[in-house]
Design a protein around this ligand. Sequence first.
Ligand SMILES: Cc1cc2nc3c(=O)[nH]c(=O)nc-3n(C[C@H](O)[C@H](O)[C@H](O)COP(=O)(O)OP(=O)(O)OC[C@H]3O[C@@H](n4cnc5c(N)ncnc54)[C@H](O)[C@@H]3O)c2cc1C
Length: 404
Amino acid sequence: MSSESGSKAPANAESSVVDVAIVGAGLAGTTMAIVLGKAGRKVALIDPHRVHHDEFRAEKTRSEQMQLFEKIGLGRVVGGLVTPTPEILVFRLGQFFQRKLDSEFAFSYGPLVNGLREALPTEVPLTVGKVAEVSTGPDRQRLVLVDGAVINARLLVVATGSGEAIRRAIGVERVEESKAHSLAIGFDLAISPQEFGSQCLTAYPRNIVHRIPFLTIFRIGNRMRANMFSYRTVADPWTQAFRANPQQMLLQMMPEIAAQCGNFAVASPVELRPVSLTTTRNHRRSGVVFIGDAFSTTCPAQGDGIRRVLTDVDRLCSTYIPAWLETPGMGIEKICAFYDDPIKIAADASAMRSSLYARAITTEAGLEWRIRRLRNNTARQLMIVARKMRHLGQRRTTAIREAT
Ligand SMILES: Cc1cc2nc3c(=O)[nH]c(=O)nc-3n(C[C@H](O)[C@H](O)[C@H](O)COP(=O)(O)OP(=O)(O)OC[C@H]3O[C@@H](n4cnc5c(N)ncnc54)[C@H](O)[C@@H]3O)c2cc1C
C-alpha cells in the first residue's frame, strides 16, 4: 500500500465525497459509523470483510460500559445482542467470598459486531474492500480502494484494530509497552446454564505460582463459557499442559468451585490469545485520528477494551467531530484536541495502569508486592470472618426468637 497523493485511479472508478471515512468496521468503526450516520453526517465505512468472523475477543462487559452504549444511543441495539446476568458469585482464598449484585453482559464478539453492522443506517452502507492508497493532509483525505474506487473525506478515522497496513502507510508506529503481557484463555464448559444457575462466577486462585489473576464463568445464550487469564506465553509448558487437559488442571487449581462447574468438564477446544500492551507514536498529524485498538491495546483481564473504544467514539462524536466539521480544514491543532482530551487520556491511562498493576500483584515476588498481597488477603480474611460471625449471629437470634 502506498501513501502517495498523486496516484491515478482508473477513469471509470467510482468517486465519493464524505465528511468522515472510517477504515475498519470492528466495534469501534461500526459504532462510530452508526452514531455519525444517525446524526446526519456523510460517512464511508470500509472493511475487507462483509461478515466479521467469529474470533475469541471480548466476551463480557460491565454495567458502566452498557451505560456508555446507552449514552451514544446504542443501548437498545446492544441490549438485544447480549446475555445479561444479575449477580456474580466471587470465590477468593479457596472459599466463597461474596455475592456481588452487579450485572454483567456476555456475548460472542463476531455476532456482536455483525449485529451492530445490521444497525447501520441505510445512508451508511458498509463498503467491502481494501484500501490500496491513502493520503492525508490539513484539508482533505483521499483513499483509493483496490477496485479503484476513490473516497475523499474531510476526516479519516483509522479503526483497524491490530491491522498494521494503514498505520504503516500513514507512518504511524505501534509501541510495545509490554510484549506478550498476558494470555487470554477461552473455552466452553459442558455444564448447562440450567444446571449452573443464573449467576456468573469469578474465582481467584489462592496461590500466585499459577500466574493466573482469575477465572470467570458466565452464560452466553445457551452455553456456559469460561475466560481465564494467565501471565504466561503460549509456548510455556504450563500453557501446553492446560490446553491438553484443562479439566485436570482446573480441578487441582480451584477445587472449591468444581462442584458448581460440573467438575470442569470442558466442551470445546481451549482457545489462546496472547496480548501485548501497546501505544502509538507519530499519530499527531493533520486529517486523521486513530481510535480503539488501532490507538492502544491493554490487558483483557481488566475488561477495559470496550470502555476505551466507547470513550473514543463518544468524545469524537459528541464533541470534536461536530466542531471540526463546522470550520474549514482538518489541521493538526484540531486533531490534537482529541488526543489531549482529559476524559480520553484518563480512560487510556487507567486501562494501562490497571493492566500493569494486575500482572505485578499476581506475579511479583519482591518484598513490596508480597506485603501488598498480605495486606489485601488479610483484609479479605477479616471480611470472611465478619460475614461468618454475622451469619452466626443471625442464626442465634432466630433460634432465641423461636424458643421464646
Ligand atoms: C482475547 C481477548 C479478550 C478480550 N476481552 C475483553 C473483555 O472482556 N472486555 C473488554 O472490554 N475488552 C476485551 N478485549 C478487548 C476488546 O476486544 C478490544 O478492545 C475491542 O474489540 C477493539 O475493537 P476495535 O474496533 O478497535 O478493533 P477490532 O474489533 O479488531 O476491529 C478492527 C476492524 O478493522 C478491520 N481492518 C483491519 N485492517 C484493515 C484494513 N487494512 N482496511 C480495512 N479494515 C481493516 C478488521 O477487519 C476489523 O473489522 C479483549 C481482547 C482480546 C484479544
